[in-house]
Design a protein around this ligand. Structure first.
Ligand code: LLP
Length: 410
């Protein structure tokens, strides 16, 4: 990103999320090109960054959307993604969400249990339409990632095992209100190893073949998201390697490959910018206190995730001294980085937290009654505000809208 950070901060203040929209385009194209020669759909996982401008940008490139709530489905539609490119996943869909998704004519609903299949069938019957479904298979493969973002083992809550899935397909095929068109798996996020994806794809492709043999024709092979990115110095999967194991696993099948990348598209297209408030030292331990906090970017606190941190100051020969970079929230877990080598900093110096484009803003909250950050897009060298900074009034709006007469003092 070629930007004048100081100017942007003067204009938008901090804490601030900045996204490089040209980098998002590059990521999308690199994946699309890797799948060239095969039918494919890149359904962007909206949960990674659901700003409408981000989704609209990807919609313009031709992306579909992977959604996990009706809110996300509506965001996708609002941003211009065509219903036939939208997938609705998630272990716990409510009746009204299922109903609305069916009415909106999305591509398919990913089912995660037999009980859910029965609800979808019932909703479709009530609406007198046929639900296009896909089933999430849990291949019981260890994805070799952080346990909180691992999803493809039987001990995780996601999907159903192969045998159960087969029975569900047979049931769905017979149902007047269900039509099975897809198969889905997603074994975890931030995957840096190819082998678990390959193994899972082989298991799932075998199921597709055995379904074809009984005249259940699966058209969409949805491999979920999960491509790992570089936060530090990880060696991760390239789009070409990813595509090639999927091609290999699905050899001979006339099928559309669907992938649901979130992190890959956004993580390294975004930074989080925060301002230094104070420096302090507690018994020799150095702390840099900044104006951003865990409510803005919770990944370090929640997963002990590493984000590269840099001070945006003139280079100098000054010695770098390790410091914990912490926010103003009343929790010891409120930190962005520990023992980060940093020069001596002054009030209002800027700190950049890298790789913050995915699961940054979307996981932010109002904890400690802190307004959420502003978000800004940089596209072709120009900056555009894509979400205003949240004000105190924005935060209390739904509370002041309630009747408070019952609390009035007599
Ligand atoms: N598809 C499904 C069904 C998913 O559950 C997910 C992510 C994705 C696609 C997108 O995965 P990605 O390409 O981004 O790895 N908050 C965590 C990540 C949670 C991921 C949940 N599911 C983090 O900050 O690392």
């Amino acid at each position: 990103m070629h930007i004048d950070l100081k100017e942007l901060v003067a204009k938008y203040n901090t804490p601030l999320y900045l996204y490089d929209f040209n980098a998002i385009t590059d990521r999308y194209i690199s994946l699309k090109e890797a799948f060239e020669g095969k039918k494919s759909l890149i359904s962007y996982a909206i949960k990674a960054n659901s700003n409408l401008a981000v989704i609209r940008h990807l919609a313009n490139e031709g992306a579909g959307a992977d959604c996990v709530s009706i809110g996300e489905v509506n965001r996708a539609l609002e941003a211009g993604i065509k219903p036939y490119k939208i997938i609705f996943s998630g272990v716990g869909k409510k009746d009204d969400e299922i109903r609305e998704a069916l009415q909106k004519g999305i591509l398919m609903i990913n089912l995660e249990s037999q009980a859910e299949m029965k609800r979808v069938e019932l909703m479709a019957k009530e609406l007198d339409l046929v639900a296009r479904i896909s089933i999430r298979v849990n291949p019981n493969i260890d994805p070799q990632t952080h346990p909180y973002i691992s999803t493809g083992l039987h001990e995780n809550k996601f999907g159903v095992d192969i045998d159960v899935a087969k029975g569900m397909y047979i049931y769905a095929k017979k149902s007047q209100y269900l039509t099975p068109i897809g198969i889905h798996f997603h074994i975890g996020s931030q995957l840096t190893q190819l082998e678990p994806i390959k193994e899972s794809a082989i298991i799932v492709a075998d199921l597709v073949r055995s379904l074809k043999a009984i005249k259940i024709d699966i058209k969409f092979f949805d491999v979920g998201g999960g491509i790992g990115v570089v936060y530090d110095n990880e060696i991760t999967i390239t789009p070409e390697e990813y595509a090639s194991v999927l091609f290999e696993a699905t050899k001979g099948l006339d099928i559309t490959l669907v992938c649901e990348p979130g992190r890959y598209m956004l993580a390294n297209a975004g930074i989080f910018v925060t301002k230094v408030l104070y420096e302090k030292s507690n018994d020799g331990k150095r702390f840099v206190i900044v104006d951003g906090a865990m409510n803005d970017l919770i990944r370090p606190s929640l997963y002990n995730a590493y984000h590269k941190i840099e001070a945006f100051v003139e280079p100098s020969d000054e010695e770098m001294v390790p410091a914990d970079v912490v926010g103003p929230i009343c929790e010891s877990g409120d930190f962005f980085g520990k023992d980060v080598p940093l020069p001596l900093l002054e009030h209002n110096d800027l700190i950049i937290v890298h790789s913050a484009g995915a699961y940054g803003f979307t996981m932010s909250s109002n904890y400690n009654t802190r307004g959420r950050s502003a978000e800004v897009a940089i596209f072709d060298g120009k900056d555009y505000l894509i979400r205003q900074r949240e004000s105190f009034e924005d935060q209390i709006r739904l509370e002041v809208a309630c009747d408070t007469s019952w609390q009035e003092k007599k």
